[in-house]
Structures are given as structure tokens and as C-alpha cells.
Design a binder for this molecule. Sequence first.
Ligand code: APR
Length: 237
Amino acid sequence: MNGMKIFVLTGAGVSAESGLGTFRDKDGVWTKYDLSEVATPEGFARNPALVRDFYNARRANLAGAAPNAAHVALARLEAGLAARGGELWLCTQNVDDLHEKAGSQRVIHMHGELAVTRCHHCQATRPDTQALTAEAVCAACGRDGGARPHVVWFGETPLFMDAIEDALADADLFVSIGTSGSVYPAAGFVSEARAMGIATCEINLEPSSNAYVFDEKVYGPASETVPAWVERVLDGL
Ligand code: APR
């Protein structure tokens, strides 16, 4: 169908084969760190050095990571839909930049971006892949001690929610890729889509916690399942 609009939500599973850890799998990030200490405003207030060390390690990990075939296929889907008068809304829970590195032009980072530093004092943001330090002076407000990652922590409000809700309501198809469906509001998108009569599909390594809500389900490693799914979609337009 030409002019098709697809809303894709991605999670950590789409970057797993690029060597970036997921959160809730065996050996996941939250099995090694207490998220209340490293991914909440209270944790940052209590021990900013621990939080900066946690994100500096993730920045170093990201520096050595490359997009995998799933990221590349989603960039191809964006171009293929646009060429047929359609549209891809790519909304990611991930804070990595692998969708952009794979060529995706429009990526909505609802949980923020690891390679961006935000000033805790004045909220100014700037691209930054260097290590976060307490000594860094904010170019916008001139104060030090405020450097934090531009990442949405637990208890904070996800970004771009108005644009996300509008895009979801306008979609012909909602596809969730590589997410456990554990964290809201992202985990609720499939039910919202279903309530609006939008077709839904889950592409994941294994059934997520809200797998029962999806119309279609495709299981296997994203680097295999996503390219095959994109080919099917583009061939069927
Ligand atoms: N291919 C496809 N899916 C995979 C792969 C793979 N190679 N490897 C793992 N997965 C799936 C897992 O089965 C799991 O369902 O990816 C999902 C990862 O789930 P989580 O680790 O919970 O990550 P995510 O759903 O993105 O977490 C959501 O929670 O911690 C917060 O803000 C953080 O954005 C994150 C949010």
C-alpha cells in the first residue's frame, strides 16, 4: 500500500548484537548495577561520581560499537517508505546513536541520548562523547558540578511524548522491536495502537511481557528477523 505510515518502537534488543548490553536479560545491565543508584535523580544527588562513572563506561562501550543489520534495515525502510509516499516514525528507547550511524534520518530518542551532556543547573545540552567530570564548566551558565548525561532517568518524564502520540495515532502499523515491554509509557504504545484499530507486530528474541497484545509476532535475533521483515514490507508496497 503506497503512502503507508509505520511507527516503529525499538529497545535494547535491537542493539544487543552490536555489543551493547540489554537491561533485563541474563547478565543485563540491571543485574550488575542498582538502577536506583545510577539511573535516578536521587542517585545523582546522592553520588554524582558513581553516576558519571556508570555513564562514562557506557560512552566508552558505545564508541566501539557499530550498527548491525537490524539498524541498517530500518534505515532502508525509512528511505523505501518515503520513496513510495509513505513515512517511518522511528521512536527508540535506546540512548545509543546506532540508528543514526546506520543512516536513519529521523530518530525520536524518548529516553534521551548518551552522547549528549546536559547541565543539571540550567538544562543546556551539547553533543559530547568525552568522559563526564565534576570539574566541567557549563558553557551556557558558567557553573561546574552539573554535567550529567542527557538521559531520561526513572521518575523523569520521557521526551517528545506529544509528537509520539500524534505519530502513533496517524500510523497504519505499529511495530515493537527488541524491547521487553517493561517500562511505561513505551510499553503501553501497543495497547494504545490496538485501541485505535492499528495493526500491531512484535519482533523480538522471545515473547515480551505484553506479547499477548500483538496481532503478529516474529521471534529471533533482530539482525536476522528485521531485515527479512523490512524486505517483506517493501516488497508488499
Ligand atoms: N534480537 C532481538 N531482541 C533481543 C535480542 C536480539 N539479539 N537480544 C535481546 N533481545 C530482547 C530481549 O528478549 C528483551 O525482550 O530485547 C529485550 C530487551 O529488554 P530490556 O533489557 O528490558 O530493554 P528495553 O526493553 O529496551 O528497556 C526499556 O528500560 O532500563 C530502562 O531506559 C531503559 O530504555 C530502557 C527501558
